[in-house]
Design a protein around this ligand. Structure first.
Ligand code: SAM
Ligand code: ZN
Length: 360
C-alpha cells in the first residue's frame, strides 16, 4: 500500500476506504478557509464523515485546530482514520459511529462541523444541527448535483422541498436550494445563517455556513429565501424574496411562459472579508484551487447570470468575446465578471437589454 500525500499530510487508504485525490483542491480550499476564519484557540472540530481522516488531520496539522473528533460509521474507515492519526502524530478522538448514533449519545457540542457524505447531506443535517452550537460553522458538501441541478426534479422536491431549474442557471440554483434548505432547518433550531463561502466545481457543491443564535436571526435568514423566474424564450430572469410571493407565469420582457425555481437562498454567497483573506494567501494552494479561488473572489455577489452562448444563439449570431462584452458593460458603469457556475456565464447588474446592446 503506497502512501498518499496531500498538503502536510501522508495517509494510507486501506481496502474499501474512500479517498478521492480529485477532491484535493476542495480540501485545500477548506484548509485555507479555516486558516482565515476567526476561530477561537480552543475551538472543537468534528469531521463527521472521516473515511481516511484526511480532512480532520489536515485541519489539525495545517489550520492549527487543536481539538478534533473524527467519526465514521464504516469499520475499515475508522481503522484507517485511527492509523492515519498515529502516522501523522495527531492526538484526536475517533469513533466508529454513525452521525445519528453519535448525536443521540454525545454531550459535546462542536464549533466547526465538516460533513462530506456520499451524495446528499440532507439525512445527516438534523443530527449535525444537534451537535452544533448556536454559533457554529458548518462545512457541507453535496455530490447529488444531478438532483440539485434539475435532472431529477421529483427527487429534489422530495429531499430539499424545492423545485430545481434544468437550464444554464441550474448549478447556481442548486447551490442556492441547498443553502435555502439549511437556512430553513437552522431556523427550526432558532438559528440564522450567513454563507461565508460557496464553491461549485466538477460533481460537487460545498457551502461554508456560519450560524447565529436567536429567533430574530432565524427569521431574517428565512427572509433571504425566495424564487427565481426564468424565461426559456428570451433567457431573462428575475428573483423575488418571500415565502409565497406572487409571481407572473409570463415573462415581463417577452410574454413567454416562465419556469419558476425555489424556494432557495437569494442572499449573499460570500463573506467579503473571508474572500479577501483567502485571496491574500492564494499562493498556499495548488493551481486548480488557485484558479477556482481567483474566480470566486472576482465574482459579484448577486443572484444569477446570463449565458453568452445562449444569448448569441437567440440573436442568431456567432460567438462573442466575453472580455469585450464585460469591458463594454464596465465602461457603462456596470459590474461584470465571469462566474464559477458557468464558464460562459456573465454576472452583472446590467439588465438583459444592456447585455444585448453590449453584445451587438
Ligand atoms: C465521501 S466519504 C468522506 C471522504 C473524506 N471526507 C475525504 O475528504 O476523503 C464519506 C464517508 O462517510 C461515511 N459515512 C456514511 N454514512 C455515515 C454516517 N451515517 N455517519 C458517519 N459516517 C458515515 C462513509 O463510510 C465514508 O467513509
Ligand atoms: Zn422572455
Amino acid at each position: 500500500m503506497s502512501a498518499y500525500v496531500e498538503g502536510k499530510v501522508s495517509v494510507l487508504q486501506g481496502p474499501g476506504v474512500f479517498l478521492n485525490p480529485k477532491m484535493a483542491s476542495l480540501r485545500d480550499l477548506s484548509v485555507l478557509f479555516l486558516k482565515t476564519y476567526p476561530l477561537s484557540k480552543d475551538a472543537r472540530l468534528l469531521d463527521a464523515t472521516s473515511a481516511t481522516g484526511i480532512r480532520g488531520i489536515r485541519y489539525s496539522l495545517e489550520a492549527g485546530v487543536r481539538d478534533v473528533t473524527l467519526l465514521d460509521i464504516n469499520k475499515a474507515a475508522h481503522r484507517s482514520t485511527v492509523s492515519n492519526l498515529k502516522r501523522n502524530r495527531i492526538k484526536a478522538h475517533a469513533f466508529n459511529k454513525g452521525i445519528d448514533e453519535y448525536a443521540a449519545t454525545c454531550r459535546d457540542r462542536y464549533d466547526v462541523i465538516d460533513l462530506d457524505p456520499f451524495g446528499t447531506p440532507v439525512p445527516y443535517l438534523n443530527d449535525v444541527m444537534r451537535l452544533a452550537t448556536g454559533d457554529s460553522l458548518l462545512m457541507v458538501t453535496a455530490t447529488d448535483t444531478a438532483v440539485l441541478c434539475g435532472a431529477q426534479t421529483s427527487a429534489c422536491i422530495k429531499l430539499y422541498g424545492a423545485k430545481p431549474l434544468h437550464n444554464e442557471l441550474c448549478k447556481e440554483a442548486g447551490l442556492r436550494i441547498l443553502a435555502g434548505f439549511i437556512s430553513r432547518l437552522a431556523a427550526q433550531f432558532n438559528r440564522g445563517i450567513t454563507i461565508a463561502l460557496s464553491i461549485s466545481d466538477m460533481h460537487y457543491m460545498r457551502l461554508f455556513v456560519r450560524m447565529q443564535h436567536g429567533a430574530e436571526m432565524a427569521l431574517s435568514s428565512i427572509k433571504e429565501n425566495g424564487f427565481v423566474s426564468f424565461c426559456p424564450a428570451c433567457r431573462d430572469f428575475s428573483t423575488l424574496r418571500g415565502v409565497a410571493p406572487v409571481m407572473s407565469s409570463k415573462c415581463n420582457r417577452c410574454g413567454g411562459q416562465v419556469e419558476i425555481g425555489g424556494p432557495m437562498w437569494l442572499g449573499n454567497l460570500y463573506d467579503d472579508k473571508i474572500r479577501v483573506a483567502m485571496r491574500e494567501n492564494i499562493a498556499e494552494v495548488h493551481l486548480h484551487s488557485a484558479v477556482q479561488l481567483a474566480q470566486i473572489c472576482a465574482e459579484p455577489d448577486i443572484p444569477f447570470f446570463y449565458s453568452l452562448p445562449m444569448l448569441s444563439r437567440r440573436m442568431k449570431r456567432g460567438s462573442v468575446s466575453p472580455n469585450r462584452v464585460m469591458e463594454t458593460l464596465r465602461d457603462s458603469g456596470f459590474t461584470a465578471s465571469k462566474t464559477q457556475f458557468d464558464k460562459d456565464g456573465l454576472k452583472t447588474n446590467a439588465s438583459l437589454e444592456d447585455v444585448l446592446y453590449a453584445m451587438s
